[in-house]
Design a protein around this ligand. Structure first.
Ligand code: SF4
Length: 168
């Protein structure tokens, strides 16, 4: 029996909207689930399988030291890593904190700021690890996302508008 490629979907600081685009593929998602082993996708199932992974999709930005360590571990375990959505490719709406003093905001918002562990910035995945492809959008387009997954698993370049992706 041939081994099915392992797909992992990871969440960092985000609203889950890009992962929902994957779930909203419905019949196409079922076909995809037949073609791959869904090793990690906590939005859909609690069952997980250990790496290495053939393809990792990463939603969300890096906002804590723990995030920064986790994405480095995921990168080491992933043959191909794709950042999906504005949070993962540009820091997202939460990157507004990059424009101000994050520590000051934490003191103003939280009654016990000493319990908040956050970086001063929200940054893209590519600021921390090499990324093979970035798919833009907020949320990403579900059909473009399916094309990215199908193409990369088939070893071909995704057929997408130049404005949708960045591979530099
Ligand atoms: Fe949500 Fe937009 Fe971030 Fe996707 S890019 S996780 S839709 S905020």
């Amino acid at each position: 029996m041939t081994r099915r490629p392992k797909l992992a979907v990871w969440k960092f600081s985000s609203c889950d909207g890009c992962q929902l685009q994957l779930l909203d593929l419905e019949d196409d998602l079922l076909a995809l689930a037949d073609a791959v082993q869904v090793a990690v996708f906590l939005e859909a199932t609690r069952a997980t399988a250990p790496g290495p992974y053939d393809l990792s999709l990463v939603e969300g930005s890096i906002t804590t030291a723990a995030d920064a360590a986790r994405i480095r571990t995921i990168r080491r375990q992933s043959r191909v890593l794709v950042a999906i959505g504005a949070c993962a490719t540009a820091g997202g709406i939460q990157a507004l904190k990059n424009l101000a003093d994050a520590a000051e905001w934490v003191r103003a918002v939280y009654p016990r700021p000493e319990h908040i562990a956050t970086l001063a910035t929200s940054t893209a995945i590519a600021d921390h690890v090499p990324v093979d492809l970035e798919l833009r959008g907020c949320p990403v387009d579900r059909h473009q996302l399916l094309e990215v997954v199908s193409a990369l698993l088939a070893g071909r370049r995704p057929a997408l508008p130049r404005t949708a992706v960045c591979t530099e």
